[in-house]
Design a binder for this molecule. Structure first.
Ligand SMILES: NC(=O)c1ccc[n+]([C@@H]2O[C@H](COP(=O)([O-])OP(=O)(O)OC[C@H]3O[C@@H](n4cnc5c(N)ncnc54)[C@H](O)[C@@H]3O)[C@@H](O)[C@H]2O)c1
Length: 271
């Protein structure tokens, strides 16, 4: 279904690894809505090659960039404008990675080199991206930048480990940069706090299956699927949400405002 919500808009989409990736669905939806964009991912992710199928399907180019390297981001921002023929209207930051999570290091015994890497990849990369875009004056007025986050930034979910700290930082960067970019260029910056979703990054979290089931039963509407997240991203990139900025927007079927549901209560029965 297309409403041409993004007709004439140019974008950069980070983080499409495979067809389960939230960024993959965003690219498909943005394409349907008439946008042109470039796809980008870390050079190491490119080796898996799946992104090329998405590029072919959506008629776009792929520019490798490690989002922790400013020189890669500079090259990305310059090339994207050349390829797309003008300044950029929307950017999706859909990047997350924790070595402590991958290696099963307990939060209280985190390795600090890994910890720094998690902050750099999952949060500071948003600052670097926004700073590079600003330096090159690469965004149009009313441009929209969205980064994906998770409610562990506000509440403890023990197995989310140091990613919780990274998401808190990500949300803070979005607010702070949103202020400065708003004043300078009317650019808006928001985070979307998504339900647990079965992707490569999501499934890396310990106990993910139990967790996604718990979340499903704690959400009046059920967990929000990746495709619905893509719809929300499209609406945030569109002109229909022009005055939304510096927000953390929950896209979680009501989970964030639910104390308990009857379904969960019933599990405790009369013992
Ligand atoms: N899956 C979930 O349950 C869930 C829930 C809420 C928020 N999120 C967030 O959504 C975003 C997208 O994750 P996903 O679930 O689609 O998983 P995914 O594994 O498909 O995407 C993560 C992406 O980050 C990229 N990446 C890692 N290091 C990078 C680097 N140095 N430079 C550039 N890119 C790099 C990976 O290559 C991958 O494409 C992440 O920020 C994640 O934390 C996911």
């Amino acid at each position: 279904m297309s409403n041409n919500l993004l007709k004439g808009k140019r974008g950069i989409i980070f983080g499409a690894l495979n067809e389960n990736s939230i960024a993959w669905k965003v690219a498909e939806r943005a394409h349907e809505e008439g946008a042109t964009f470039v796809l980008t991912n870390a050079p190491i992710a490119m080796r898996m090659g799946e992104i090329n199928a998405l590029a072919e399907k959506t008629g776009c180019k792929v520019i490798p960039a490690d989002a922790t390297k400013v020189e890669d981001l500079e090259n990305l921002v310059v090339q994207a404008q050349e390829i797309l023929g003008g300044k950029i209207d929307f950017v999706l930051h859909s990047i997350g990675m924790s070595v402590n999570v991958r290696k099963g290091k307990h939060y209280t015994e985190n390795d600090y080199n890994y910890y720094n890497t998690a902050m750099d990849v999952s949060a500071i990369s948003l600052h670097k991206t926004l700073a590079t875009l600003m330096k090159h004056d690469a965004l149009n007025e009313w441009g929209s930048v969205v980064a994906l986050t998770y409610i562990a930034a506000q509440r403890i979910f023990p197995d989310y480990n140091d990613m919780a700290d990274a998401k808190s930082l990500l949300e803070s960067i979005s607010r702070s940069f949103g202020y400065h970019y708003g004043i300078k260029k009317k650019v808006r910056v928001n985070t979307i706090s998504q339900s647990p979703t079965p992707t490569t990054a999501g499934q890396g979290i310990k106990g993910f299956t139990e967790f996604i089931n718990f979340s499903e039963q704690m959400s009046p509407l059920g967990n929000a699927p990746a495709i619905a997240c893509a719809d929300y991203c499209v609406s945030m990139f569109s002109d229909l949400t022009r005055y939304v900025t510096m927000q953390n927007l929950f896209h979680d079927g009501g989970f964030s405002n639910t104390g308990v549901t009857q379904q969960v209560i019933d599990k405790f029965g009369n013992e």
